[in-house]
Design a protein around this ligand. Structure first.
Ligand SMILES: Cc1cc2nc3c(=O)[nH]c(=O)nc-3n(C[C@H](O)[C@H](O)[C@H](O)COP(=O)(O)OP(=O)(O)OC[C@H]3O[C@@H](n4cnc5c(N)ncnc54)[C@H](O)[C@@H]3O)c2cc1C
Ligand code: SF4
Length: 379
């Protein structure tokens, strides 16, 4: 059994106190919210703080304020369960409700917070292991070692951004409020991340993420699809977050962001640009899915094979767009088939004749020679 190391737990009741405690203790301190990621990481000695500054006692950091007309402000300490079940989030920012509701398991969503999910550590098969396991392979540069075991010639870490909500918040144009010793600042969530598996956040370690700010809904629709091995519990090995602003049947604005394909959420602006001013026809969806496929470059350092994860980008982007075109939640696409018997795969001959999946030659069906349905979480 892995045990937690000794540490001191400090419990501020205001953001100002939390910021001061972080400044007082410097690199020895870390922030903890729900602790669902941080405590396991401490047990594996990936994190070794001697002081934890707990955020759970700060009431101002919890709850959802505002409206879909003015925009919503979600306290970083709001639980994922509360985010996913909030009526305004579920109705007007449904992709975010879906993403928050697909994190891990109900127990972890009750404890885990939106802020913790936004800041959650990057992941890698060579890093998310016990201390003894990591020691046996001589560690890697993300913790205790010198080289990258995935790409030994690389000078950087390629650990994977594995937050479900981050790509969706990116597509929704969210901003985050940070409080630090020099005061508060509001930045686009896209500016919070950087493409490095170790320094994946641009914020200073002592800065507290206090709020996530969503813009007015204003005709936006959104969808999030997640690929993982097990239908509950598992981190994403691909996330597809699509947001469209519709004017009748015409797309006025669009954003597509991929999760779990790089050390930060990866936008697909060329794919999104193809949608603007257009109606969501099957031909357009196929072209957009092809374009979104290009920026996703998963490496062989997480679950499922990376060629399969890459192939599923095209499939999931098409599914998300079909679900938005038909005004239906993506969860209705339980199998690889879309409403009206259409195929999500844009180039799979197995779907085009009888509206049913055959067996081979289709990216939807290829992983380990098994049908995708058992491996694809598409709630
Ligand atoms: C078995 C298991 C399965 C999981 N599956 C998923 C999954 O499917 N999808 C997913 O996205 N995550 C998953 N997680 C990770 C984790 O449960 C979630 O990301 C959760 O939302 C983290 O929130 P938390 O409040 O518990 O964060 P914590 O564990 O408390 O903190 C996580 C990180 O964020 C920092 N932090 C927390 N709050 C703040 C803040 N307000 N300001 C600045 N920094 C902050 C902490 O210092 C720490 O570095 C899983 C974890 C486990 C153990
Ligand atoms: S990508 Fe390389 S350096 Fe980063 S955690 Fe994995 S093995 Fe370590």
């Amino acid at each position: 059994m892995m045990r937690l190391p000794e540490f001191s737990y400090l419990a501020p009741v205001s953001v100002g106190d939390a910021v001061k405690l972080m400044a007082d203790h410097g690199p020895a301190a870390m922030l903890v919210a729900g602790g669902t990621d941080l405590y396991p990481n401490m047990k594996r000695r990936q994190f070794e703080p001697s002081v934890l500054v707990g955020l759970r006692g700060i009431r101002d950091m919890s709850g959802v304020r505002g409206s879909s007309k003015t925009g919503l402000t979600i306290g970083a300490g709001t639980s994922l369960t509360a985010v996913s079940s909030h009526p305004d989030v579920a109705r007007h920012y449904s992709g975010l409700a879906t993403a928050a509701g697909l994190v891990s398991s109900p127990q972890l969503r009750n404890m885990g917070t939106l802020g913790g999910n936004v800041c959650v550590d990057t992941r890698c098969n060579y890093y998310n292991q016990s201390y003894e396991w990591r020691k046996a392979v001589n560690f890697c540069m993300k913790k205790d070692g010198d080289i990258c075991l995935v790409a030994p010639g690389s000078s950087r870490c390629w650990a994977v951004s594995s937050s479900d909500t981050a790509p969706m918040l990116w597509s929704l144009g969210a901003q985050v409020r940070l409080a630090g010793p020099k005061g508060e600042r509001l930045i686009p969530i896209s500016a919070l991340y950087q493409d490095d598996g170790i320094q994946y956040l641009s914020k200073q370690p002592g800065e507290v993420l206090t709020d996530i700010v969503l813009p007015p809904c204003d005709g936006w629709r959104s969808a999030y699809l997640k690929l993982r091995r097990r239908g509950s519990f598992d981190f994403p090995v691909l996330g597809v977050a699509v947001a469209l602003r519709m004017d009748g049947e015409t797309v006025r604005e669009a954003a597509i962001t991929l999760g779990a394909v790089a050390s930060q959420p990866r936008p697909a602006p060329e794919a999104a640009a193809l949608l603007v001013g257009q109606r969501l026809t099957p031909e357009l969806i196929a072209a957009v899915a092809d374009a979104a496929f290009k920026p996703g470059k998963p490496l062989d350092n997480t679950d499922l094979t990376h060629p399969y994860r890459k192939k599923m980008i095209r499939v999931f982007v098409a599914r998300a767009l079909y679900s938005l075109a038909h005004g239906q939640p993506a969860s209705t696409n339980r199998s690889n088939h879309l409403p009206h018997g259409q195929a999500a795969s844009t180039n799979c001959p197995n779907h085009l004749t009888h509206g049913e999946a055959a067996s081979t030659n289709c990216p939807n069906h290829l992983a380990h020679g098994q049908p995708a349905e058992g491996q694809v979480e598409d709630k």
